[in-house]
Design a protein around this ligand. Structure first.
Ligand code: UDP
Length: 481
């Protein structure tokens, strides 16, 4: 009996285990992709820890029979973290970041125990778990890696660590800052283990990275990349589910008031400002930002950390980061959101005209999906690479002029981005004019391509079908070898 017949006779669902890294920028897209597999009838288990499992309730609600969440205890005590602190977004200092990362390394044993009892057909794990390579080999199960980056950024990183500068990419790229050595030292071994995996799952669509980067990656690494995104578009979701993406609790009332407020604004008239889940700015920098936004004269939604502007914050505390009378003067024009914002919903609203972003990859691809042009203000991780994809390669944004690259978002930066630069960048995109119109048009065209990519016959959808076929072949080949 040939193997092709075997495939046809066994339409058994695949058994897939996903292991996301506990940071919103990694968990949100990988769990969206896991949900996509479950929605197509595959048996999916997401392995996570109790506190992180609470964020995943809406993934579970739609596909409960195919999607299981397996929780393992988070080793808080072993590393000296308080109970319940299980996600990078919950820490804001280096010592606790290291503790949290160390705790995730200790997950190896319980994960191994769980998988050995009942091995899956395939493991899809974040590249921050390099020990997954040994485990997958031991179980003789294919492993796919996920790192939450664009392939463009991976190509740039690979190039940087071979040459200490970016060379040999399809475009000539000059970065606005140099990556900290501690970051390149951290990435290098992780990328080396990543290419030993069966393939790389990318939260992007082929048209945004571009065929030239896909070919470059495959040629220089010999490794295959699977573009399955944008993750925020691959599952059909209600407004409520979109509003709750990445959240522990419902924010529906906030979402309703936001929608009403946005509905009252002209198309493309509101600037959305958010720096992801891990980035913190000094009071001085927030103050400059407030002055720049106000001077631009445009409407805005500004997401600030939860502790800012709370009722118990004294006037003296508040005036360190917000100019006196700012809220009163901008009552009609602007809105400050303290804490977690329903980002995908906001970006999708026609009133949003531009996004001032730290260029985290999820934020970037979400803005592209919504056809919203960006003002780039990279801060940490691979964001300075993403900036170049946005501005120089795809021409869908303008730079604010950030020049200081830190390992992590809460490290205080010495160089302030001054209010004049912020005002100028906002005006460049929001005041109108030929340049702004061209940028907006390109952003809208790419947005259309993003939505097409996940439709039947689109590039990501086709990749997804091909990946399922490949995984089934690997499974059936294994069961007969
Ligand atoms: N996000 C959100 N509301 C917020 C902040 C962030 O929904 O107030 C989501 C955002 O939509 C994205 C993710 O959190 O999906 C942040 O990932 P990104 O890669 O942009 O940045 P990171 O947080 O990893 O720096």
């Amino acid at each position: 009996m040939g193997s092709i017949n075997i495939v046809e006779e066994r339409p058994l669902p695949l058994k897939l285990h996903f292991l996301p890294y506990p940071a919103p920028g990694h968990m949100i897209p990988l769990c969206d992709i896991a949900t996509l597999f479950a929605s197509r009838g595959q048996h999916v288990t997401i392995i996570t820890t109790p506190s992180n499992a609470q964020i995943l309730h809406h993934h579970k609600s739609n596909h409960s029979h195919n999607l299981h969440i397996h929780t393992i205890n988070f080793p808080s005590q072993e590393v000296g973290l308080p109970d319940g602190i299980e996600n990078l977004s919950a820490v804001n200092d280096l010592a606790n970041t290291y503790r949290l990362h160390r705790a995730t390394m200790l997950l190896q044993r319980p994960v191994q125990h769980f998988m050995e009892r009942d091995p899956p057909d395939c493991i899809i794990a974040d590249f921050f778990y390099p020990w997954m390579d040994d485990l997958a080999n031991k179980l003789r199960v294919p492993r796919f890696a996920f790192n939450g980056f664009s392939l463009f950024a991976v190509c740039a990183m690979e190039s940087f660590h071979s040459h200490s500068a970016i060379h040999g990419l399809p475009h000539s790229i000059t970065l606005n800052a140099t990556p900290p050595k501690v970051l390149t030292d951290l990435m290098e071994p992780l990328l080396e283990v990543e290419v030993k995996s069966h393939g790389l799952i990318v939260n992007n669509f082929a048209e945004l990275d571009g065929e030239e980067y896909i070919q470059h990656y495959e040629k220089t690494t010999g490794h295959k990349a699977w573009h399955l995104g944008p993750a925020s578009l691959v599952n059909r979701r209600t407004e409520r589910e979109k509003a709750e993406r990445g959240q522990k609790s419902s924010v529906v009332s906030m979402h309703e008031c936001l929608s009403c407020w946005l509905d009252s604004k002209e198309p493309n008239s509101v600037l959305y400002i958010c720096f992801g889940s891990l980035c913190h700015f000094s009071d001085k920098q927030l103050f400059e930002m407030a002055c720049g936004i106000e001077a631009s004269g445009h409407g805005f939604i500004w997401v600030v950390p939860e502790k800012k502007g709370k009722e118990d914050e004294s006037d003296e505390e508040k005036e360190k980061w917000l100019p006196k009378g700012f809220e009163e003067r901008n009552k009609m024009k602007g809105m400050i959101i303290r804490g977690w914002a329903p980002q995908v919903l906001i970006l999708d609203h026609p009133a949003i005209g531009a996004f001032l972003t730290h260029c985290g990859w999820n934020s970037t691809v979400e803005a592209v999906s919504a056809g919203v042009p960006m003002i780039t203000w990279p801060v940490h991780d691979e964001q300075f690479y993403n900036e170049k994809l946005i501005t120089e390669v795809r021409g869908i944004g303008v730079e604010v002029g950030a020049e200081e690259w830190t390992l992590i978002g809460y490290v205080e930066r010495k160089k302030l981005v001054k209010r004049k630069r912020i005002e100028r960048a906002v005006r460049r995109l929001m005041d109108g004019g030929i340049e702004a119109e061209q940028i907006r048009k390109r952003a809208q065209e790419l947005g259309k391509k993003a939505r097409e990519a996940v439709q039947r016959g689109g590039s990501s959808n086709t990749n997804f079908e091909a990946l399922i076929d490949e995984l089934k072949q690997l499974r059936d080949f294994k069961s007969h070898d």
